[in-house]
Design a binder for this molecule. Structure first.
Ligand code: SAM
Length: 273
């Protein structure tokens, strides 16, 4: 497929990166192909891409054979994406809008892989939405998401360190989360201040008898006062301190020492919300 270089597309459509929209573009086609390979074989698979911008990652997904639905809120990018849709007939649908306001399951109508390079605040909000919710397995088959490296490390972190918290429990209690690739800040135009990394998440079997809302309530309380002992941080949750005793979890421990399985056991014992 003979497509013009991305820098030419940017120049032709006047797509200077907007700070307000958190735009940092990737132009290195080899790097983009490596990112598109993270979810595995995409031939004929439905992919939801959020924030395609000028379409660098979109091209790589299309080259990999995916059927891509892309949601972009910057109108300026739409003509460039339309050109891409024409170059890959029948493979790309572009939706103009705010991904935070769209029902992704309804839009896609079939199981789909998510791939996105998003601004930090939007990425985290969508991440929490995709991984929360009572329905499991979810309608998405995998999430491949670019984050600031520090956030990516929080998502895959293990107990015992300061990076371990709500994001790690959310990402790991019924999914497998791994740090798939580090991306140097110089790969972006303009370069962001910090390093980035891509996290890849696949759903796993959900533990029986655990409500997602209850688990979220427990981790919110526990990590909300992470320097305090559990008997203090969980005091506001009726029955929680008794549950610690029943489960043999020392109530003088702090949240960051608890394994994901121990949070699961507490949430299960407290019952649904
Ligand atoms: N995917 C492109 C790349 O890798 O070069 C662009 C990445 S840029 C970091 C993020 C893109 O997300 C921008 O094009 C921005 O307009 C878009 N965006 C930001 N917030 C959005 C939202 N709420 N819904 C849809 N797109 C959004």
């Amino acid at each position: 497929m003979n497509l013009p270089p991305l820098r030419e597309v940017i120049a032709a459509h006047g797509l200077s990166a907007s700070k307000k929209l958190g735009q940092n573009f990737l132009f290195d086609e080899q790097l983009l192909d490596r990112i598109a390979a993270i979810p595995g074989d995409l031939q004929d698979r439905a992919v939801l891409e959020i924030g395609p911008g000028p379409g660098g990652l979109t091209r790589a997904l299309l080259r990999a054979g995916a059927r891509v639905t892309a949601i972009e809120m910057d109108q300026r990018c739409l003509p460039a994406l339309e050109e891409l849709a024409q170059a890959f007939p029948g493979q790309l649908t572009v939706i103009e809008g705010d991904a935070l306001k769209i029902d992704h399951a309804q839009l896609m109508g079939e199981p789909f892989a998510v791939v996105a390079n998003l601004p930090y605040n939007v990425g985290t909000a969508l991440f929490v939405r995709w991984l929360g919710g009572e329905q499991w397995p979810p309608v998405w088959t995998s999430l491949t998401l670019m984050f600031q490296q520090e956030v990516a490390q929080r998502i895959v972190s293990q107990p015992g360190g300061s990076a371990y918290g709500r994001l790690a429990v959310l990402a790991q209690w019924r999914s497998k989360a791994k740090l798939a690739m580090k991306v140097h800040r110089s790969a972006f135009t303009p370069p962001p201040k910090v390093m980035s990394a891509i996290v890849h998440i696949e759903p796993a079997q959900a533990p029986a008898g655990v409500s997602s809302r209850r688990l979220e309530q427990v981790t919110e309380a526990a990590f909300g006062q992470r320097r305090k002992m559990l008997r203090q941080s969980l005091k506001g949750l009726p029955g929680a301190v008794d549950v610690l005793d029943e489960l043999g979890i020392d109530s003088t421990r702090r949240a960051e020492t608890l394994a994901v399985e121990e949070f699961i056991a507490i949430a299960r014992a407290l019952g649904p919300l």
